[in-house]
Design a protein around this ligand. Sequence first.
Ligand SMILES: *Cc1c(COP(=O)(O)O)cnc(C)c1O
Length: 415
Amino acid sequence: MAYSEKLRQSYKKDLDEIRAAGLFKEERFIRSPQAANIRVEYPAGAPEQEVINLCANNYLGLSSHPEVVKAAHEGLEARGYGMSSVRFICGTQDIHRELERKLTKFLGTEDTILFPSCMDANAGVFEAILNDQDVIIADRLVHASLVDGIRLCKALQESFKHNDMKHLERKLEEFQDKRIRLIVTDGVFSMDGDVPRLDTMCELAEKYDAMVLVDDSHASGFMGRTGRGTHEMRGVLGKVDIITTTLGKGLGGASGGCVSGRAEIVELCRQRARPYLFSNAIPPVVVAAANKVLDLISASTERRDKLEWNTTYWRKLLTEAGFDIKEGESPIVPVMLYNAKLAQDVARDLYQEGIYVVGFFFPVVPKGAARIRTQLSASHDKAHLDKAIAAFKKVGEKYGILGLKKDQIIAKYGS
Ligand SMILES: *Cc1c(COP(=O)(O)O)cnc(C)c1O
């Protein structure tokens, strides 16, 4: 079929609807490496501005760390640019296997398989190990990539209310007749920054003969005392059967993901997971740098400790300034504004003050729960956060929201 004028108009109408709903996403061009301070061209064509970045997933500040960049250069020299193959044909180098071993050791699991991304890991893992005799019981707020991966397999798809262990237990009871019960959750939920009760979840798994899968993308490298993730934080190291995670956030921020866990499950992914079988191997330059990342975070907790300090300090600053924040234990700190337009206005004004944050609203978060999601990094120094809070206070004053509680903000601006 030709790309007819009729079809073009139809797609244009779809785009207009996205704009009319206020949901059109625009990219901002960053003209510097990823870091605490970045130079941004926004809107497109505007003069470049230096801003403090409070919305990257660069939790450990390793995205542009000199040692990581150096390891990438060395990897490029030693192993070339691309693999020109999937892993099982001729896409596996010694350094790919080395990285899988390091991840296994760091995460405290039995084995690990790399994927081009965590989205791909989640797309591949369910189909590889479940069939139509099984049930998946997932938290209702799991990441979109888990939702998609779950859709791709033949197991029955069930869910439990967000972090509601009683509801999960009822579901586990209900599906005792199934061959396999797999509980699925995020380790840190990306919009609220909350961490589920993995300890209770693992007890329930024991009691009702179920497996547990945790996507620790927003946790690997920094949650828990030595940064292993939410399983360390909740005291269930070795008890989570499957961990999926990304190299694209705390662990260097480039790309790549993995499935780590029970040896047989990892091996089945190697035999059957379609994104592993049919998509190119992670490029050597990324693998070499990721190996360095694992060395750095295995040798010292300095960076995750600094991130923890920054998180505590930033939460305190926001609270003292009178902002309404979501309580939590992760470096994701949502500043609640409830109203979508208010969230966008505040984000825009903060940008003018040199602070790069983004407003989130429906459908990314529920209606009436618009917010600015701030994220801390080990690359932030106290001075960055002091400067950022001054800007937040100035903008908060302008909109008259300092010291207001949820109901008061909604009364003033609507939801
Ligand atoms: C970011 C994220 C992903 C996607 O990771 P990629 O490696 O970028 O594909 C998957 N799951 C969760 C929970 C995430 O936060």
